[in-house]
Design a protein around this ligand. Structure first.
Ligand code: FAD
Length: 457
């Protein structure tokens, strides 16, 4: 019997497994995919390496940074962050800086935006903070909302801003949160938000180095990682539970005392008995188009953001700008093009070739590349890229927690598993928070920082 069985071998599952093994526990990891790493893995083909959407590592917690240094060693690079957002046809520095961002607009439009901002403080003060839209309009005015916040936010999440929780606007969110950036510009704080950092850590051979290093250590410590393993059901027993599943080699049955789930909540609920209810919690998907390009460089950016609805994609990054080892040689570069979409959206089921053609045509119109320069293209679909904070999601999440509490041996950890918008550093802290709670008598090497806005235990 295992002491712990862990579902999912992303950063959360791997970090938990490693620390539990260090504490002398017996651990088995069950991973559905062929490789470990989850959202944080690095895709490698023909000498090109791509993260699934560029992953930078940043933490304000020194013990997390130390943890990273110990894990990755001398292959950890320090990379300057240079990002732009395309607003009104112009590339403006991102995070958005005011009044610089107004230069994307005519003097008349800029005046109207500023007036709308000022007016909101008189007319919108009593507006309730119900939705993302309410929250922004109350503080910035409707014109600022329409021009700066609404297009990119709705592109990322695929729903109107009035359906997203206001809490999301205030949360400590990385990629799609323009508000963080704006707020930091207007009122800089001692600890910059994740969106406002100007340097980050990055492993020379891609972010996937982190899960790979964790996995190696797990195996070296006697832990077991089953890949291509699909769990089918969990049966609670007297001293824990039994887990049944399949691999290409056949079916398996494992017994465990405690179960850590880092997999999507809907998957977990499907494994458990008595799950008659469905909970309206939604994950947002992502399509990554990877382009291998015969040209030394496209842009100097770490990330470029594209809010325009007419463009199929929402964000790009050029891996070579993060580490030269991400491309086979100096005459080549590459692009990771992110298309925000979920199953059911038309683009989700387009053939890969159609996605490639449309994106390359749009990049060509922007003058970024010529179709003949594209040597290879690959598409990866991620169904559970982001937990989406819809209006009312918190109550649904509480219902799920209440349902799961009947099994004290079951723990939710990480971003995907606990439906919290955490970056990988937050995931690592979350694992250590869990360990400190579960093994209060044992010293842990990472002291989690106080909970950030938007996080909860
Ligand atoms: C586009 C994008 C950009 C990002 N950029 C950054 C960044 O710059 N910096 C940063 O720190 N973080 C970033 N993140 C967040 C980071 O990827 C996550 O915080 C982290 O990888 C989450 O790890 P996890 O283990 O909680 O979840 P996951 O990585 O989702 O791991 C869950 C694992 O469970 C497996 N699984 C799923 N279903 C099952 C099942 N039924 N049975 C068994 N296994 C299953 C999955 O295959 C996966 O391996 C980004 C995320 C995205 C999507």
């Amino acid at each position: 019997m295992d002491d712990f069985i862990i579902l999912g071998a992303g950063v959360a599952g791997l970090t938990a497994a490693r620390e539990l093994l260090r504490q002398g526990q017996r651990v088995t990891l069950i991973e559905k995919g062929r490789e470990v790493g989850g959202l944080a893995r690095t895709f490698e083909r023909e000498g090109f390496r791509f993260d699934l959407g560029g992953h930078r590592f940043h933490s304000n917690n020194p013990s997390v940074v130390r943890w990273l240094h110990e894990l990755v060693g001398e292959d950890l690079l320090r990379v300057p962050r240079v990002s732009h957002i395309k607003l009104n046809g112009r590339f403006v520095t991102y995070p958005i800086a005011f009044p610089n961002a107004f230069t994307a607009f005519s003097p008349l439009q800029a005046t109207q935006l500023a007036a709308s901002y000022a007016l909101a403080h008189l007319t919108e003060r009593r507006r309730p903070d119900h939705s993302f839209e309410d929250w922004i309009i109350k503080r910035f005015g409707s014109l600022m909302y329409q021009h700066f916040f609404q297009p990119y936010t709705e592109k990322v999440w695929g729903v109107p801003g009035r359906e997203l929780a206001a809490e999301w606007a205030a949360a400590r969110i990385g990629l799609p949160n323009l508000w963080q950036a704006v707020r930091h510009t207007l009122r800089p704080s001692a600890i910059p938000p994740a969106t406002a950092i100007d340097q980050f850590y990055y492993p020379r051979y891609g972010f996937g180095t982190i899960p790979q290093a964790l996995a190696r250590d797990i195996v070296a410590r006697g832990g077991q990682i089953l890949t291509e393993a699909t769990p089918i059901c969990v049966q609670p027993g007297r001293n824990g539970f039994e887990l049944f599943g399949t691999t290409p080699a056949g079916s398996f049955r494992l017994q465990g005392r405690e179960l850590i789930s880092t997999i999507p909540l809907d998957h977990l609920l499907g494994l458990l008995p008595q799950n008659g209810s469905t909970y309206p919690l939604h994950y947002r998907g992502l399509l990554c188009l990877f382009l291998a390009i015969q040209r030394p460089q496209i842009s100097g950016d770490s990330w470029t953001y594209f809010p325009e609805p007419s463009l199929l994609f929402g964000r790009t990054h050029e891996p070579k700008n993060w580490s030269p080892a991400m491309v086979p040689d100096d005459s080549h570069t590459s692009l990771c093009v992110e298309i925000f979409a979920s199953p059911g959206d038309p683009v989700w089921s387009w053939p890969d070739e159609q996605i490639r053609r449309q994106v390359v045509a749009q990049l060509g119109q922007m003058g970024w590349l010529a179709a003949a320069e594209v040597r290879h293209a690959w598409v990866v679909r991620l169904r559970h890229a982001y937990p989406r904070y819809d209006v009312g999601y918190r109550a649904h999440l509480t219902q799920v927690h209440d349902f799961l509490h009947q099994w004290p041996w079951l723990h939710l950890v990480g971003r995907t598993g606990s439906f919290r918008y955490l970056n990988s550093d937050g995931v690592v802290e979350d694992v250590f928070r869990f360990l400190a709670h579960r093994f209060p008598q044992t010293a842990v090497s990472i002291q989690p920082m106080p909970q950030q806005n938007g996080r909860w235990a």
